[in-house]
Design a protein around this ligand. Structure first.
Ligand code: SF4
Length: 169
């Protein structure tokens, strides 16, 4: 069963384009408005349909949906990109059918990894790949019990002040 089939069986409605599927369940929505405040062009409660995925890149929409407190909004990114943690190279890397198209590199010490660079080839920007790369490094750091210091501008912006990442900072 795909995520779409699973969520639709639970009462979620689906909005989709070639990069992302967005799912919304009105019964779970607490009407707190984090989605509308995130981007009022994508999420407009007056318009029908109220979700317009053409108004922002998939990665931005995914970032906003991550802030939905009730999980009434969920998403699935649709690209055939694999994200791999490569400990021997001190990085997570993104591949499109075997071709490397991005990386998140860090300098390791015993108790801390300093993220020094996150980059994605221009043709692949706006698809949420950079975020997934950083998340992959965070996941590995958590598993090893080390902290992260995000020095590169992307990781810094993504992690700073975010409750979900405080345990590794
Ligand atoms: S952020 Fe989630 S809970 Fe809040 S209004 Fe949007 S869909 Fe509803």
């Amino acid at each position: 069963m795909t995520k779409k089939e699973e969520l639709e069986a639970q009462g979620f409605k689906t909005y989709e384009n070639e990069d992302i599927q967005v799912f919304w369940n009105p019964k779970l929505c607490q009407h707190i408005g984090a989605c509308v405040r995130g981007n009022g062009k994508v999420f407009d409660v007056i318009r029908r349909p109220w979700v317009d995925l053409s108004q922002a890149p998939a990665s931005e929409i995914a970032d906003i949906i991550d802030r939905c407190p009730s999980k009434a909004l969920q998403y699935e990114l649709l690209n055939p990109i694999s994200i791999v943690f490569e400990e021997a190279l001190d990085r997570a890397a993104a591949y499109d059918r075997g071709k490397q198209i991005g990386e998140c590199e860090y300098s390791p010490s015993e108790k801390m990894w300093i993220i020094s660079h996150t980059g994605v080839e221009p043709a692949y920007e706006g698809k949420g790949i950079a975020r997934k790369l950083v998340l992959k490094v965070i996941e590995a750091a958590r598993a090893k019990g080390v902290k992260i210091r995000p020095l590169c501008s992307y990781a810094k912006k993504m992690m700073s002040g975010k409750e979900e990442f405080q345990d590794v900072m």
